[in-house]
Design a protein around this ligand. Structure first.
Ligand code: NAI
Length: 338
C-alpha cells in the first residue's frame, strides 16, 4: 500500500520525518509492503504559487494511495488559514472522511471518541453583513443531513461493538440547538436499536465536558458532531498529558481510505527548535497500522512510544529535556530490541 506523506507546516515538518524510519522498520520487519511519497503541500507552496491542494490531487490519492499521513497546517503568514482549509477540509470532504476517531488514552483505559468530520458548523455556509469594512452581522450555519448523521452513527456503533465496547454516549445540545440536535438524538436512538448489546446514554455537551474532566472512567465510546468533537478531543488531549500525545484517524468506511494526523497544530511557538514531541505523529502511525489490520505492528509501536515517552528522552512538554529526534531514536532502538 502507498501512503501520501504531507508534513505540512511548522512542527509538522519535524515530527513527521522523524517518525518515517519507524514506519519503514515495521513495514520491513512484518512484511507489510508500506511505501510512501512525500508531498510539499502547505504554507510555503501556497505563498509561492497560490496552490493549496493541487488540481487532480484528490483523484490521484483515491486511485494510487490508501492513506494520507499529515503533519499540521497553520502559518502566521496566513492568518485566515486559507491554505489549511483548502487542504485539510478539502481532503476530508472530497474523500468523504466522515468518521474521525480520536482515542483518549488514559492510565486506566481508552475512550473511543468519534467526531463527525464533514458537516455541522464546518460546512462553510454563511456570510457577513456590514458597511465600510466593519462586520455587523456574522453567520456560520450548522448544517446536518440525515444521511450523513445516520451513516456516521451506524459506522461508529459497528466499530465500538466490534471492539467489544458496551457503553456509548451521544454528546449534543438539543435543548439549545434543537434542529440539528434533535436530528442527532433521533438518529442515535433509532440506530442504537440495531445494537442490543450496547448501552446508550445522552449528555448535553457542557455537562459532558464537566463530567469528563472530573471523572473520565465511566466513558467507553463517545459520539459527537463536528464542533463538539473538536473541542472534546482537545480536553481529551489535556487529560492524556498534552497535545503532543494525541492522534486521530479520519476514515471513509465505504472506501477504507484513511487520513491519520496528530491532533495538534503547527505550534509556531516551538517550530524550528527541534523539541516538538513526536509521539502524536508516531501514534498516528499506530492508528494507520491498526486501520489496515496490522495489529501486531501497531501494538509494538504503541508500546515502544509509551516507553520512550516515559524515558530520559522525553521532550519538554512531557517534563523532560529531550528532542524530537532523540525521542524517536529511542523508539527505534526499542523497536530494534523486540
Ligand atoms: P497548536 O496545537 O499548534 O499548539 C498549542 C500549544 O501546544 C502550543 O503551546 C504548542 O507549543 C503546544 N504543542 C502542540 N503540539 C506540540 C507537540 N507535538 N510537542 C510539544 N508541544 C506541542 O495550536 P495553536 O497554537 O492554536 O495553532 C497553531 C497553528 O496550527 C494555527 O495556525 C492553527 O490554525 C493550526 N492548527 C492546525 C491543526 C491541523 O492542522 N490539524 C490543528 C490545530 C491547529
Amino acid at each position: 500500500m502507498r501512503i501520501a506523506v504531507v508534513p505540512g507546516d511548522g512542527i509538522g515538518k519535524e515530527v513527521i520525518p522523524a517518525t518515517l524510519p519507524a514506519l519503514t522498520l515495521l513495514s520491513d520487519a512484518f512484511g507489510l509492503d508500506l511505501e510512501y511519497d512525500v508531498f510539499g503541500w502547505g504554507a510555503d507552496e501556497w505563498i509561492a504559487s497560490g496552490v493549496g491542494l493541487p488540481t487532480g490531487a484528490v483523484e490521484r490519492l483515491s486511485k494510487d494511495y490508501g492513506c494520507v499521513f499529515l503533519g499540521a497546517l497553520g502559518d502566521p503568514r496566513i492568518p485566515d488559514m486559507a491554505h489549511g482549509r483548502e487542504i485539510l477540509l478539502g481532503l476530508r470532504r472530497e474523500l468523504d472522511l466522515y468518521v474521525n476517531h480520536r482515542p483518549i488514552v488514559l492510565s486506566d483505559g481508552v475512550i473511543d471518541l468519534y467526531r463527525e468530520n464533514t458537516q455541522g458548523l464546518y460546512v462553510g455556509v454563511g456570510g457577513t453583513v456590514g458597511r465600510a469594512g466593519v462586520v455587523n452581522v456574522a453567520i456560520d450555519e450548522c448544517v446536518y443531513t440525515r444521511d450523513t448523521v445516520e451513516k456516521f452513527v451506524r459506522s461508529c456503533l459497528r466499530r465500538l461493538s466490534e471492539k467489544g465496547r458496551r457503553k456509548v454516549t451521544l454528546v449534543h445540545k438539543a435543548n439549545a440547538v434543537p434542529n440539528t440536535g434533535g436530528l442527532w438524538v433521533d438518529v442515535f436512538r433509532k440506530e442504537l436499536g440495531a445494537f442490543p448489546e450496547m448501552i446508550g446514554s445522552e449528555e448535553y455537551v457542557d455537562s459532558f465536558c464537566y463530567n469528563l474532566v472530573r471523572d473520565p472512567t465511566p466513558y467507553e465510546g463517545v459520539l459527537a458532531s463536528n464542533l463538539f468533537g473538536d473541542i472534546i478531543s482537545d480536553i481529551g488531549a489535556a487529560l492524556m498529558g498534552g497535545l503532543g500525545l494525541a492522534a486521530s484517524a479520519s476514515i471513509c468506511p465505504e472506501t477504507g481510505f484513511v487520513l491519520v494526523e496528530p491532533v495538534h497544530g503547527s505550534a509556531p511557538d516551538i517550530a524550528g527548535k527541534g523539541v516538538a514531541n513526536p509521539c502524536a505523529a508516531a501514534m498516528s502511525v499506530v492508528l494507520m497500522l491498526d486501520h489496515f489490520g496490522h495489529t501486531e505492528a501497531a501494538d509494538m509501536l504503541r508500546a515502544c512510544v509509551g516507553e520512550a515517552a516515559r524515558s530520559d528522552a522525553a521532550t519538554p512538554d512531557l517534563g523532560g529535556r529531550g528532542t524530537t529526534d532523540g525521542l524517536m531514536g529511542t523508539v527505534l532502538a526499542l523497536l530494534g530490541r523486540r
